[in-house]
Design a binder for this molecule. Structure first.
Ligand SMILES: NC(=O)c1ccc[n+]([C@@H]2O[C@H](COP(=O)([O-])OP(=O)(O)OC[C@H]3O[C@@H](n4cnc5c(N)ncnc54)[C@H](O)[C@@H]3O)[C@@H](O)[C@H]2O)c1
Length: 388
């Protein structure tokens, strides 16, 4: 893609409505950095956002009993996109906020795809010996509304020696097909290879539905090569030979697990980004770093804001600002590459200071002093897959 940048352009502003949900723990800190970068991006690339800050999370729940459903859902529904920090706090029973807010939003807004790039950026440290950026650039497309995360199940004789717990995994042809179709579109915009990751040798019923759907959808994308890897084998291949993957499509639970492994390979939870995409425009998509609220470091300035800022970049690509998105991605990579370590004191500055460095780096990118990140940016592929 040819990129022309017009820093300080006088083009009339494109305006997007954005809901900002900072949430709990380190959420407000990293979201603050993302908003500082957004402000600078607006100034440099000639667009604008109308932002509404939404009170939600542990404190709000304890005070009001409110989760996703109700007034918050209504405030979010009409927006072009949602920028999300993180949720979860020791003061609230585990699962209430995570299921009552995060999962409820993904399901309620039909955010069918959870998109998680696993790219080792140049200059960024990885715990995997000898891994180079050329060998690690893939995207995991995780089904985001079904599987084991529908919250269906029951327990009989709870709390006794005879307790029986049943946890259901729901897989619908429609739900599986829409995520596989998106994964094909994304692969067609990248290196044209799609891998299905499942456990078809044991979970034969769900596995058959996924395999059959993959085979059917493949007929519409003859230019995309396909293959299959069991989820346990994926945990072996991902750190050792990530170069064998371009786009990976998988179910909700497997995707949740293998994307944390992906995050480690690319430098840690602090640098990994994600998009929760509504594919038919019926509700807003949501963008969040993949880490949680990290209560152990909340309020201490030790959180790396890179994942949150890269999630903002994905948000910009989704909104139709791929040039600004690519520039923000480049700025984050510049700053990450200059850091001794990717979390805590090793970052060489507080969360806010790292955020400010990204703002400064973005200015240098927009003014042409720093070249755009080479190689194919996920931002371009996202924009292409959306418009296909
Ligand atoms: N989407 C979400 O909001 C989301 C996702 C995962 C977990 N959670 C919730 O977050 C809470 C804490 O969960 P957890 O501890 O298992 O996972 P976590 O991701 O919050 O933290 C895991 C570890 O990584 C570190 N870490 C996380 N983000 C970091 C960053 N940006 N920079 C530096 N270090 C970082 C933390 O300090 C911690 O040691 C729980 O309530 C959990 O349910 C929420």
């Amino acid at each position: 893609m040819e990129i022309t940048m017009t820093a300080g352009s006088t083009t009339p502003a494109r305006t997007y409505s954005l809901a900002v949900v900072p949430g709990d723990g380190i959420g407000p800190e990293v979201t603050g950095c993302a908003l500082a970068v957004l402000g600078k991006a607006e100034e440099l690339f000639g667009f604008a956002t109308e932002r509404e800050h939404i009170q939600a999370g542990a404190q709000h729940y304890v005070a009001t009993g409110e989760l996703f459903a109700g007034p918050i859902e209504e405030s979010l529904r009409g927006k072009d996109a949602i920028l999300f920090g993180s949720m979860g706090d020791p003061s609230v029973t585990p699962g209430i906020l995570e299921r009552g807010f995060i999962l409820a939003m993904r399901q309620g807004f039909e955010q069918a795809v959870n998109l998680r790039p696993v790219r080792l950026y140049p200059g960024v440290k990885t715990p995997i010996a000898d891994l180079s950026p050329e060998r690690c650039d893939l995207v995991i497309v995780r089904e985001n509304t079904e599987g084991a995360y529908v919250g269906r199940g029951s327990t009989v004789h709870a709390g006794t020696k005879n307790a029986v717990a049943i946890q259901e995994s729901v897989n619908t042809r429609a739900g599986v097909e829409r995520v596989i179709d998106y994964a094909f579109r994304l692969a067609a915009s990248r290196r044209k290879k799609l891998t299905l990751c499942h456990k078809t040798n044991i979970l034969v019923e769900a596995g058959r539905l996924w395999s059959d759907t993959m085979a059917d959808v493949a007929k519409r994308y003859p230019e995309v090569e396909t293959d299959y890897v069991h989820v346990d084998a994926m945990c072996f291949h991902l750190p050792i030979s990530p170069e064998r993957f371009d786009v990976v499509v998988t179910d909700n639970l497997f995707g949740d697990i293998i994307t944390d492994l992906g995050a480690v390979i690319q430098g840690g939870l602090g640098v990994a980004a994600s998009a929760n995409l509504n594919l038919d425009g019926s509700a807003p998509s949501m963008f969040e770093a993949i880490h949680g609220s990290a209560p152990d470091i909340a309020g201490m300035g030790l959180a790396n804001p890179a994942g949150a800022v890269l999630s903002l970049a994905m948000c910009l690509a989704h909104l139709g600002e791929p040039v600004a998105a690519h520039a923000v991605e480049t700025a984050v990579v510049e700053v990450l590459g200059s850091m001794e370590g990717l979390a805590g004191a090793a970052m060489g500055g507080t969360t806010i200071e790292v955020g400010q460095r990204i703002v400064t780096a973005l200015e240098a990118v927009a003014k042409g002093k720093t070249p755009l990140l080479a190689g194919q940016s996920i931002m371009e592929a996202m924009a292409a897959a959306k418009n296909k």
